[in-house]
Design a protein around this ligand. Sequence first.
Ligand SMILES: Cc1cc2nc3c(=O)[nH]c(=O)nc-3n(C[C@H](O)[C@H](O)[C@H](O)COP(=O)(O)OP(=O)(O)OC[C@H]3O[C@@H](n4cnc5c(N)ncnc54)[C@H](O)[C@@H]3O)c2cc1C
Length: 216
Amino acid sequence: MSDFTPTEHTQVKRLPKRGKYDRETVHAILDAAFVCHVGFSVEGQPYVIPTNYGRSGDTVYLHGSAASRMLRTLSEGVPVCVTVTLVDGLVLARSAFHHSVNYRSVVMLGAARLVEDPAEKMEALRLFTEHVMKGRWNEVRWPTEQEMKATTVLALPLEEVSAKVRTGGPVDDEADYTLPVWAGVLPLEMVPKEPIADPQRKADQPLPAYIKNYSR
Ligand SMILES: Cc1cc2nc3c(=O)[nH]c(=O)nc-3n(C[C@H](O)[C@H](O)[C@H](O)COP(=O)(O)OP(=O)(O)OC[C@H]3O[C@@H](n4cnc5c(N)ncnc54)[C@H](O)[C@@H]3O)c2cc1C
């Protein structure tokens, strides 16, 4: 897989060796996460809105109510910045200054396109659902024409993209290694808990394997 080209906007400046531009890394981070933060400006006021997304190749799909300001604004093709963050651990150094976080993140810049073709729109909703929970789409009722009308789907091409990844333990000042302070990494992970069945269920459906074995 080829690399994205760093631009004046996406060149990582602080600790540039943590910057990654290869598609494999970018795609893997986008596939591991499912929440992004969408930054855009309306009349000089910046907003950063959390939302879900799906990915197909070099396209990220966003969706929501057709009445949503975020989606209405973005469908006009205004500049947008979409950020995805995964926190992998707390890096506990011997000094306050050198504390850090192990993370994987992606920043995407560009302009979104309104998805109007009904087949692409339905496929984007499938991808979106499967991105959050693989196996769900084939079990649930698919969107009706009315529901499709009430839903806006946007496509953001992955063009101006950077990833940044921090791994490993603390990097302390030489003189601090003798300090009597515990140092290391507290790994963090998102893990599913016991599923809670909806009390309004009409029949006792068995818990699907894709929920029982859910992991990201
Ligand atoms: C994990 C997660 C996933 C989500 N997934 C989706 C999705 O896939 N599609 C979707 O349409 N929406 C999603 N949302 C909701 C989304 O964040 C917005 O609330 C929603 O899109 C409504 O947007 P709007 O244009 O009506 O709000 P706006 O008109 O943009 O919001 C007006 C004001 O309301 C406040 N506001 C709006 N949303 C939030 C928020 N989430 N938290 C705090 N304040 C807020 C802000 O002050 C904002 O300026 C998700 C939220 C979260 C946290």
